[in-house]
Design a protein around this ligand. Structure first.
Ligand SMILES: CC(C)(COP(=O)(O)OP(=O)(O)OC[C@H]1O[C@@H](n2cnc3c(N)ncnc32)[C@H](O)[C@@H]1OP(=O)(O)O)[C@@H](O)C(=O)NCCC(=O)NCCS
Length: 385
């Protein structure tokens, strides 16, 4: 493990135990989270600037190459992505065999793993081959998520349109009709906001797997498994389930008080790094409001604001990226079970950026455990136990 110079360092025992909080486990130039200032940067650029000005495709290039693309480079990337949207027919065929009640994240995980069969250079970890695989995976994840959803609904998948950008194409494939420009734009910014977040659990997982020089498909499959957990990417779906369960703004106070009294965690609040507002939540709060206004009902936004107020007052906790993305996606008509897969559709850019970085300067990631078990224990023969 590398230790970055001015970064916080602590052993699990000195940081009070579990979770590797504050431990620096890699050097990276991809992104940084400053939990005290509430600041997030991708390759040095502030997330607020990227959210206001960049497209998701620009951010993908930025994460993979360390700088913003020139116009021709961006066009080239968009064309390469567009050419790769279609899935190998064998993977689509495999997806048809999945149980109708398969969890979308499990379907995504299995499909990504299967994609590796149909990439002849899957095991090639050179930068050139890895960039090709990263492009293919970034292009194909949205197709898997949209096609998987349609198959579970008993509909035929919609073929991607190579001329559309990722956000536009995803909403089109999901619904079978073109989204409005405004919706496609909001969704594009959601992709920008979720693209990378330093060594979060799934990215760390991807780096650990890539660090063994396993292929990108293996690393991304493992990252998807990590993202599926309710304490990570699974939180956004649970936020919306909670809002639906509360049902009305005037029931928020009692519901939250009861949940806190029962020591239940409120999904979408708190963060392992931020001690301030998550800067991504600032944009998503606005989108939740805008989408509500456009749809003619700000109920879910207002309810979210009330939850935010109560949690701030009672626990001094701030919303994280998952809290307002839930009501934003809900107002876009995106099914709840797709919120976490959508997170993966964006985060694939960060995962692959970190995998490329890991391959470029690889060292097997192999930490130590602080042994807290007994020693010198005699072996007792089975009949004497
Ligand atoms: C994200 C998360 C795992 C970070 O955990 P962490 O840094 O380890 O923080 P802790 O779990 O140690 O929490 C510190 C304190 O705040 C409380 N807390 C943290 N998040 C809370 C939440 N969402 N609701 C209620 N209380 C919470 C904890 O109970 C703990 O209180 P205590 O000191 O009285 O025991 C945690 O905040 C959480 O589970 N949030 C909900 C899930 C979620 O939204 N995940 C998406 C993250 S982007």
């Amino acid at each position: 493990m590398n230790k970055a110079k001015d970064a916080p360092t602590a052993t699990p025992s000195s940081s009070g135990g579990a979770g590797l909080r504050g431990v620096v486990a890699a050097s990276s130039s991809i992104g940084d989270v400053n939990g005290e200032k509430g600041e997030l940067i991708y390759q040095g650029i502030n997330i607020h600037d990227l959210a206001r000005h960049a497209t998701f495709e620009e951010v993908i290039f930025l994460l993979w190459h360390g700088r913003l693309p020139k116009r021709a480079e961006l066009e080239e990337l968009k064309e390469a992505l567009g050419r790769s949207y279609e899935l190998p027919p064998e993977v689509l065929e495999l997806m048809r065999q999945f149980p109708r009640d398969a969890e979308p994240m499990e379907a995504l995980r299995t499909s990504v793993s299967a994609l590796g069969f149909y990439d002849k250079s899957a095991g090639d970890t050179t930068r050139e081959a890895s960039l090709r695989t990263a492009t293919r995976l970034t292009a194909q994840l949205p197709t898997i998520v949209a096609a998987g959803h349609r198959l579970r609904q008993g509909h035929e998948p919609v073929r991607p349109k190579s001329e559309l950008n990722i956000a536009h194409n995803f909403l089109y494939m999901l619904r079978g009709e073109m989204p409005s420009e405004h919706e496609a734009h909001i969704f594009d910014v959601c992709m920008v906001l979720h693209a990378d977040h330093e060594l979060n659990a799934s990215t760390f997982t991807a780096r650990v797997v890539a660090g063994t020089l396993a292929d990108i498909y293996g690393a991304v499959t493992a990252a998807i498994a990590a993202l599926a957990g309710p304490l990570h990417g699974g939180a956004n779906t649970n936020v919306m389930k909670m809002l639906l369960e509360i049902g009305e703004v005037d029931r928020v106070e009692a519901y939250i008080q009861e949940a806190l009294a029962a020591k239940r965690k409120i999904m979408g609040f708190g963060h392992a790094v931020y001690r301030t507002e998550d800067p991504r939540a600032t944009h998503l709060r606005q989108f939740s409001k805008e989408m509500g206004e456009r749809a003619g009902s700000t109920k879910w936004y207002e309810m979210s604001r009330k939850v935010e107020e109560v949690i701030k007052r009672e626990k001094d906790l701030n919303p994280n990226v998952d809290f307002f993305s839930a009501s934003t996606y809900y107002m876009m008509g995106i099914p709840l079970e797709l919120y976490t897969p959508i997170f993966a559709v964006s985060r694939i850019s960060g995962w692959t950026g970190h995998i490329l970085e890991q391959y470029a300067n690889n060292k097997l990631i192999r930490p130590r455990a602080e042994y807290i078990g007994p020693r010198d224990v005699p072996y007792v023969p089975i009949d004497e136990r």
